[in-house]
Write a protein that binds this ligand. Structure first.
Ligand code: PBG
Length: 311
């Protein structure tokens, strides 16, 4: 019976373990819909603060902010500008929600660079790992000053966790926590996100993100490095295609494990449900239960508010 199944359920979803990723864009008067992500918008600062209030009401665990600047340049200068959109929005959300929600910020340059890569480029046009670490440190300080409680290191540079941790500690931000994208795979499923942040990327990120053809041992090496460098939470992303990785990381990790159900995973479900081919609530619930069962304690999903309404 339904009552019996509920009594013995081994896996449950809870709003406190869900995080809503959100986009905030400079220079717009009203929220702008994202075509490839029906129901998701680029927010104004004002509409974002209202959305954060809904997250508090729904009992979500956190909100993850991504910024879409007015202008982009080679170094991604908008990323560490205190007047840049992400930092302004972070301050507004942090002031509005206080400690009722963990305010998280994406710490990566791709939203801010005119070439769309997650780091700065060298003369040959390749991503310069160590020069990028300096940019990440500056970005981390700007985000910490803006009130972010958890920095999402999504750029996949080697040494990024340790470098940012040292910069934060030296500036006295010892309580600002780090969410390390430990196993982040190159994925076609990032497609809708590129529209969401108006990315100008040509090509892919295969030289610094992980290869889906890699395996568990590689992910576990990445885990060991991130933990040794000071990661407070580690993440596997995208979630759905990499549940084996998620299970292995969850079994080995000494710190909480998150998984990100990314834009393309969201859009696939929405598109099929909109055509009446699948049932939206059933498939969303099943996809999140699978991620939860594989071992994620925290799930970032664009369905977070909707799901919280069902629980
Ligand atoms: C990098 C970043 C990306 C996403 C989160 N952080 C884009 C990428 O790596 O290409 C994708 C999230 C999604 O697709 O929902 N700043």
């Amino acid at each position: 019976t339904p009552a019996l199944r509920r009594l013995v359920a081994a896996t449950r979803l809870h709003p406190a373990e869900l995080v809503l990723p959100v986009f905030v864009r400079a220079g717009i008067e009203a929220p702008v819909p994202i075509g490839a992500m029906p129901g998701v918008v680029q927010h104004t600062v004002e509409s974002l603060v209202a959305e954060a209030g809904r997250c508090v009401e729904a009992g979500l665990g956190g909100i993850m902010l991504f910024g879409v600047p007015r202008a982009k340049d080679a170094g991604g200068s908008g990323a560490d500008d205190p007047a840049g959109i992400l930092n302004v929005a972070t301050r507004a959300v942090a002031d509005a929600v206080g400690d009722r929600l963990v305010v998280m910020t994406d710490l990566c340059l791709d939203e801010f660079t005119d070439h769309g890569h997650c780091g700065v480029l060298d003369d040959a046009g390749r991503v310069d790992n160590d020069a990028t670490l300096e940019r990440y440190a500056a970005m981390a300080l700007a985000q910490a000053r803006a009130g972010s409680g958890m920095l999402g290191l999504s750029g996949m540079m080697d040494g990024q966790v340790g470098h940012v941790r040292a910069a934060l500690d030296a500036a006295g931000f010892t309580d600002v926590t780090l969410l390390a994208y430990t196993a982040k795979y190159t994925s076609g499923l990032y497609g809708p996100f590129r529209e969401a942040v108006a990315s100008s990327l040509v090509g892919d990120r295969a030289t610094y993100q992980q290869d889906p053809a890699g395996g568990v041992p590689e992910a576990l090496r990445e885990l060991a490095l991130d933990v040794a460098e000071g990661a407070d939470v580690v993440m596997v992303k995208p979630a759905g295609p990499h549940l084996d990785i998620l299970a292995a990381v969850a079994a080995a990790s000494p710190v909480p494990v998150a998984a990100y159900q990314i834009s393309g995973e969201f859009s696939q479900i929405v598109a099929a449900a909109d055509r009446g081919w699948i049932d939206r609530e059933r498939v969303v619930t099943e996809s999140l239960l699978g991620i939860r069962r594989a071992g994620a304690q925290i799930i970032l999903t664009y369905f977070a508010l909707e799901v919280a309404g069902w629980l």
